[in-house]
Design a protein around this ligand. Structure first.
Ligand SMILES: O=P(O)(O)OC[C@H]1O[C@](O)(COP(=O)(O)O)[C@@H](O)[C@@H]1O
Ligand SMILES: [Mg+2]
Ligand SMILES: [Mg+2]
Length: 340
């Protein structure tokens, strides 16, 4: 067994140490990104703690109830938004914040401004809060350099993101991060209050055995999605049918897809041609992570990260996951386009 100091260091890697190591590869870096990330981590710990008490709301007055001081408490998604806005502004490293919960972008005061734009969904899967199912936070980071920030700085294709990640509040609290050089997962040790590297260099299996979609929308799907799901259930090439898993929290469905392989679909349909999921803070960060892990993300027309959003809260259909599984749905959409 290797008892050297180096061996111990790689055995127990906190997220802070991990990001500092990454930073040391860029000698010009002044640590701004490390500081920004430590504030995102702080926000995640805070929300994790609030989520773990969600079921006690009626007893101790959280989430829409009145607390012991007689004050009205905030709903968990509103509380999470406030936590992240405060954590990000107080980092002193941000200039524009875009949250699912806020109609408009927040421009940070010039005196406290940094160079990063953060787009985020403070609480994803919020319909699952009351039944204790996994929920999460999703974030993406862009950089503004050398000019006063404008809204155009966040209306950029996802491929321009510097980093993206999510934190899942589930049976454990897991933060998955990519700074553009692969994907790593960290699990919160609640007794230490530290995120520890538990899933180094995550690679999604090339092909998976699971498909994940809200089949309740099937009557309104288009041809390629209908054909694809039919193929998953009744394969004609002698392979086994895929299993269906659908939680209804994007963070949890994508996390399982990343670790086990397979495909997650939220297609457009006759009722909602652009689907449900938001480009900036759901589709882009998850697509960034998928590509970094060796998978693919497709909108039904193009590579998801090539999309150029025109509005902050724009939606897009999304198909993401294992490389070969996404190839199959791309082929079905290409065949449909060719037949038109
Ligand atoms: O209930 P549906 O239509 O299947 O939608 C599920 C999707 O909606 C979401 O809950 C939307 O996110 P929010 O909870 O942040 O609004 C995703 O997490 C999930 O993938
Ligand atoms: Mg969401
Ligand atoms: Mg949300």
């Amino acid at each position: 067994m290797d008892h050297s100091a180096d061996a111990h260091r790689t055995d127990l890697m906190t997220i802070t140490r991990f990001v500092l190591n990454e930073q040391s590869k860029h000698p010009e870096s002044r640590g701004d990104f490390t500081i920004l990330l430590s504030h995102i981590v702080l926000g995640c710990k805070f929300v994790c703690s609030a989520v773990s008490k969600a079921g006690l709301a009626k007893l101790i007055g959280l989430a829409g109830e009145t607390n012991v001081q007689g004050e009205e408490q905030k709903k968990l998604d509103v509380l999470s938004n406030d936590v992240f806005i405060k954590a990000l502004i107080s980092s002193g490293r941000t200039c524009i914040l875009v949250s699912e919960e806020d109609e408009e972008a927040t421009f940070v005061e010039p005196s406290n401004r940094g160079k990063y734009c953060v787009v985020f969904d403070p609480l994803d899967g919020s319909s699952n809060i009351d039944c204790g199912v996994s929920i999460g936070t999703i974030f993406g980071i862009y950089m503004v350099d050398g000019h006063d920030p404008t809204i155009e700085d966040v209306l950029q294709p996802g491929k321009n993101m510097l980093a993206a990640g999510y934190c899942m509040y589930g049976s454990s609290c897991t933060l998955v991060l990519s700074t553009g050089t692969g994907v790593n997962g960290f699990t919160l040790d609640p007794s230490l209050g530290e995120f520890i590297l538990t899933h180094p260099d995550i690679k999604i299996p090339k092909k998976g055995k699971i498909y994940s979609v809200n089949e309740g929308n099937a009557k309104n799907w288009d041809g390629p999605t209908t054909k694809y799901v039919e193929k998953c259930k009744f394969p004609k090439d002698g392979s086994s049918p895929k299993s269906l898993r659908y939680i209804g929290s994007m963070v949890a469905d994508v996390h399982r897809t990343l670790l086990y392989g397979g495909i997650f679909l939220y297609p457009g349909d006759k009722k909602s041609p652009n689907g449900k999921l938001r480009v900036l803070y759901e589709v882009f960060p998850m697509s960034f992570l998928m590509e970094q892990a060796g998978g693919q993300a497709f909108t039904g027309k193009i590579r998801a990260l090539d999309l150029v959003p025109k509005k902050l809260h724009e939606r897009s259909p999304i198909f993401l996951g294992s490389y070969d599984d996404v190839e199959e749905i791309k082929a079905l959409y290409a065949a449909e386009a060719a037949a038109k």
